[in-house]
Write a protein that binds this ligand. Structure first.
Ligand code: NIG
Ligand code: FE
Length: 418
């Protein structure tokens, strides 16, 4: 028997319906809101979107009805850049940074990413799944229903495989949807510091073929930055990844202008992420190559910096901007997309509407899922959130609270506020 669910009495049904491609320029402001709206969902997919009265006509005796009580309804957030599988935390480093130490200083003396690598190597697969489940719940109750998940805290063949297997299990065992990315090029691990060439070869010759063969990742990412991976090393790793059938993403120009955006354009990467130091030439290169920028203001904020990426310039240049959390234990310990919307408005001067588009439909396209998620349109998967808000702008405006009232993935209720 088919399962039907009707959602009615939504003061604003924020559908994001529109052209079947990422949104640019003024399109970022167009949320396609149905006032007093409703949705009919069949077998986990959206069947009809319309006004409440249009949807109510379709309700029969077998239909379960959810009354949103005049609240707003949006597609679940799609978080297109996160590092949600790791062991341990770095509260100690956070405290040191609060006393003036810099992220780079801490990394240079063997802390930073390497300290999470040490903890992650010591963890079992089950241990990573257990901590990952805790974070999955944090994402869900912030309104996120799909998350991109990078490896990159293992940095040996077995520990990278362990991390990607944990991501696969989290996708199967939690209501959150995961898109796996291989980030073996996150850092040169301590034992390879004096022979970095060998580590690059390990990634290209051993890690990538195994991961591709076991189909454990859809994308490959590289941290391209002075003192991490050079543009030349990044080019070699990403070219090898492409030959193995993986899509490409790059941590680019996060801490300095290091050529990452230009490299993303040269390689035709799907995304270039961070871009705090990208210049006008880099923005033009991204535009001409059709690369989507993924902006991560949570990491700028949490590192105590004020060097936010040039979002307005990117929007004016016609780039299909994406916003994401960069959730990780070092530079951005937040899973909250509403927090990111707040930062986007206050620090990067993006309107709430632009930010919502960047965190839903544009993010879905950046993960090759624009036809399935990211908007509320007939045929799409019923991943949606009812917020305890009555105006969509409240999601960015009131910050520091959890807005969701009910969260659904595939039409199944996975979070409910008491
Ligand atoms: O995106 N830039 C590199 N990677 C992460 C930080 C990871 C960490 O500090 O553990 C980032 O900011
Ligand atoms: Fe990151």
């Amino acid at each position: 028997m088919s399962q039907t669910l009707a959602v009615i009495n939504c003061s604003q049904l924020v559908t994001l319906s529109g052209p079947a491609r990422p949104r640019v320029g003024p399109e970022l402001c167009q949320l396609s809101i149905v006032a007093d709206g409703g949705m009919l969902i069949r077998d986990g997919r959206i069947a009809t979107v319309g006004t409440r009265s249009e949807v109510e006509k379709l309700i029969d005796n077998d239909c379960e009805v959810v009354d949103a009580g005049g609240r707003i309804v949006l597609p679940g957030f799609v978080d297109a850049h996160a590092h949600p599988v790791f062991a341990g935390t770095r509260a100690n480093e956070f405290e040191e940074r609060s006393q003036g130490a810099s992220y780079q200083e801490i990394a240079a003396r063997g802390g930073g990413i390497q300290s999470t690598v040490n903890a992650t190597r010591a963890a079992t697969l089950d241990g990573l799944v257990a901590s990952g489940k805790r974070y999955a719940e944090w994402f869900i109750r912030s309104g996120t229903t799909t998350v991109e998940a990078k490896s990159g805290y293992g940095l040996t063949v077995e520990d990278e495989l362990k991390t990607l297997r944990a991501i696969k299990r989290l996708d199967e065992e939690t209501p959150l949807r995961y898109v796996p990315t291989f980030l073996g090029a996150h850092s040169i691990p301590a034992e390879y510091k004096s022979r970095r060439e060998e580590y690059v070869s390990l990634i290209i010759d051993e890690m990538l073929p195994r991961i591709a063969q076991e189909e454990l990742a859809e994308y490959c990412d590289v941290f391209c930055e002075a003192n991490v991976f050079t543009t030349d090393e990044s080019r070699r790793i990403l070219s090898a990844a492409r030959a193995q059938g993986l899509g490409l993403r790059i941590h680019a120009d996060q801490l300095s202008l290091s050529g990452g955006a230009q490299l993303a354009a040269e390689l035709g990467a799907t995304t270039a992420d961070h871009l705090e130091y990208t210049d006008t030439a880099g923005i033009a290169a991204l535009k001409s190559a059709g690369v989507q920028p993924v902006l991560l203001p949570g990491s700028v904020y949490a590192l105590g910096s004020s060097h936010y990426p040039a979002a307005r310039e990117m929007i004016a240049a016609g780039l299909a901007v994406v916003l994401a959390t960069d959730f990780n234990p070092g530079s951005s310990p937040t899973p909250s997309m509403p927090m990111i919307l707040s930062l986007a408005s206050t620090q990067m001067k993006m309107t709430p509407a632009e930010s919502i588009t960047a965190a839903t439909i544009n993010a879905a396209y950046s993960l090759n899922r624009g036809d399935k998620i990211g908007s509320l349109e007939a045929g799409k998967v019923a991943d949606f959130v009812i917020y305890d808000c009555y105006d969509y702008r409240d999601l960015a405006y009131f910050f520091g609270i959890e807005h969701p009232w009910r969260v659904y993935t595939g039409a199944r209720q996975v979070f409910r506020r008491l």
